[in-house]
Write a protein of this length. Sequence first.
Length: 255
Amino acid sequence: MRAEPNGLRLCRVSATSESAAEPRDTVMTVRRQLNWTLVMGAVSAALLVAYLVAWVRIDGLEIARSDFTSTYVGATLLREGHGSEMYDQSLQTVLHSELDPADKGGNLPFVNPPLAAALAMPVSLLGLDAAYRVWSLVQLALLVVAVVVALRAAPIQTLRRGQIAAIALLALASVGTWAMFIQGQWDGVSALGLATAYASLRRGRPATAGVLLAVTSLIGKPQLALCLAAFVVGRRDWRLIAGGLAGLAVCAGLS
């Protein structure tokens, strides 16, 4: 029998070693990914718990000085038949001082469109403290829905369920969530609008995306509408632009 050349034998040994090393490398990579996923999820969950604890400890004076008071004042004025005077600063100041006489911080003006006041009217039937609690929880629930909608529309089919859950927790645990939850802001509505608009774009429905972006941004964050308008124009999609204009028309018509 002819002896095998040394060079060929070395190549076979090297190939065998590499084949054996590949599964070990794959296992190590999976373990590292799992560790990072667990760490990311645990830190995000801890932050969410911290937000909740801080929210529970907020007292009446802090609620009276939160951003929610402007929404509450606007909704109350509309409910009491002062829709035409809803943006009267003197009227807003009087109502604000009635909510908490101890609050000397001045009036936080309501500047959202009338449609926003109409949406907030149900919670204005409650006292300020209870209304703030309900409103904050509603906004948090809308944010959770927004994250779910965005993740379902995103191209993440190759990720494991644990990784997707960690990404969702990370999105919910951002500083923006803390500000929204503590201040009683409108970010849940804005986030849901962005998420549903993204999902519409992914499904090839730019007109629907334009309507959603326009309506939700004007309701929740009118000051950010210009940034979204720049995005809509920058995409140069006439259907997206038409949808945005239609959304503006809807808001104007309901106001």
